[in-house]
Design a protein around this ligand. Sequence first.
Ligand SMILES: Cc1cc2nc3c(=O)[nH]c(=O)nc-3n(C[C@H](O)[C@H](O)[C@H](O)COP(=O)(O)OP(=O)(O)OC[C@H]3O[C@@H](n4cnc5c(N)ncnc54)[C@H](O)[C@@H]3O)c2cc1C
Length: 350
Amino acid sequence: MEKHDVVIIGGGIAGLTLSKFLAEYGIDFVLLEEHNDFFKKACGEGITRFIAGYDFFDLYESKAGIEKYIEETNIYTKYGILQLYMPVLMTDKREIESELARQAMKRGADIRMNERVEKIEWNGKFILRPQNIEAKFLVGADGIFSITRKFLGKGKLRCAIAVEGLSNEVKLDDEKIHIEMKKSIVKYGYSWFFPKREKWNIGIGSISMKEFKKAFNEFKKRHRVERWKAGYVPVSKPVEPYGKNVILLGDAASQTITSIGAGNMPSMICAKIAGDVIKKFSAHGFRDIDTKEYGNALRPITKMLKQDHNLAFAMHFIVRNEYLIHKILKKYIRQASQYYKKLEREKGRI
Ligand SMILES: Cc1cc2nc3c(=O)[nH]c(=O)nc-3n(C[C@H](O)[C@H](O)[C@H](O)COP(=O)(O)OP(=O)(O)OC[C@H]3O[C@@H](n4cnc5c(N)ncnc54)[C@H](O)[C@@H]3O)c2cc1C
């Protein structure tokens, strides 16, 4: 039987970022991805540059796949336009994931495509079927329908549903992101217009399936795209992401910003933290390790994600009134804009 210290299930942005760090640390691992190419799922392809004190460029160390550097977002509510200053990278996400894989493989990583893990067994070590690979430590970076989360006996996640597509018919300022937060467009969600280098990634999503269906029917009458792609975004609070010798990462652990349905940068941050904890476990030969350390190391980001989750649900289900939501957003946006301007001054534009 083939043996490794670590197996990562899932080659999305979470698993690939982790593989980059594990390869850098010289840890023996293999990553198994079920698809034959990267970026098979729907995504708006925007990455918020700064979150929880982390800078995307410190995690990614490349400019490959970055199509635009956007600083301003217009948020359209029923009561006016709110202007948020927040650096966002508009990307070609397939290229971002391929670049992460290239960086990892340059450092010796073993990334295998077309390898769907069907079954996880535990007998003091993990055995993955049908690959027949044995591992001391397992990472489930296997997305929203995670087989690893199921193995850990953790329940299903609450999800929003969203669709996106590429369009070249948008007539808006292409140096800005545009977000519609109006109940007349969609309840319990928003629609977006993200400028890429040549086209726009546009889409709409909602926490409510019923509201989503109604809203999407109208949205697709107004906007034409090459092909609509649908997907789920976890909107549960982050789950306890560990069990004996196993951890969860990214969407599998609901490590997303509920209010904006963003999981790219949080997944990368959690992957960096996971990499550092695994490095420590590796120094002990993965014996007598306590995976709770991963939960502890994640605490600051988990706290931020939980606060955001509570705020998002309070806005949708308690405040409800669109005028009050506009007022709350206005206050939040003023504070957030100041914070991001300061960070960007310190770190430089790119
Ligand atoms: C429509 C839409 C728009 C979005 N827009 C944005 C956005 O603009 N910005 C943002 O930050 N976030 C956005 N998100 C969320 C973001 O895409 C996710 O949070 C992020 O991709 C999570 O990365 P991940 O690696 O955890 O999961 P995934 O990208 O889902 O990767 C999981 C990988 O695991 C593989 N896998 C699963 N099971 C197995 C198995 N059994 N064996 C082998 N491989 C397996 C899958 O093939 C997949 O490649 C959006 C989501 C949707 C649906």
